[in-house]
Design a protein around this ligand. Structure first.
Ligand code: ZN
Length: 147
């Protein structure tokens, strides 16, 4: 189930400090909710857990405690939707390039720290999920439009 309660969604998520087992359970819940809703990204807060973990990309990559190390000043406006804000589209300005360091899993086991650049569509998706970690929704980024 995807959380739509604004009170829950507007919380600031905390750093992930749980066990491997807890992480596997959380990620499974997020993955199932995202696939069911046909989403392209999901944050832990969207399944009601306020921790800094999200899934994004195709194939999905797991981001744990991501930190922005570079954000381009050049921005582009795109129409965005959100699994937690049904029937709302917002034109959101996002940087076209972002660098992130984050922890992830390799083959579901070993924890590795990555430093990666994301551009264009991938950059917009990770910025949308980063907003969720900080309790921000698309409607805070621009005027809501209901198609
Ligand atoms: Zn969203």
């Amino acid at each position: 189930m995807i959380v739509e309660d604004k009170k829950v969604l507007r919380q600031m998520s905390k750093e992930w400090t749980g066990t491997h087992e807890e992480l596997a359970k959380l990620v499974e819940k997020m993955y199932d909710a995202m696939k069911e809703a046909k989403g392209i990204g999901i944050s832990a807060i969207q399944v009601g857990v306020p921790v800094r973990v999200f899934l994004a990309g195709d194939p999905e990559e797991l981001f744990i405690n991501p930190k922005i190390t570079y954000l381009s000043s050049y921005k582009k406006k795109n129409w965005e939707g959100c699994l937690s804000c049904p029937n709302v589209n917002v034109q959101v300005p996002r940087s076209h390039k972002i660098h992130l360091t984050y922890t992830t899993l390799r083959e579901g086991k070993e924890i590795v720290v990555k430093d990666r650049e994301f551009k264009y569509f991938d950059a917009f998706v990770v910025q949308h999920e980063l907003d969720h970690l900080n309790g921000r929704l698309i409607e805070d980024r621009g005027k809501a439009y209901t198609p």
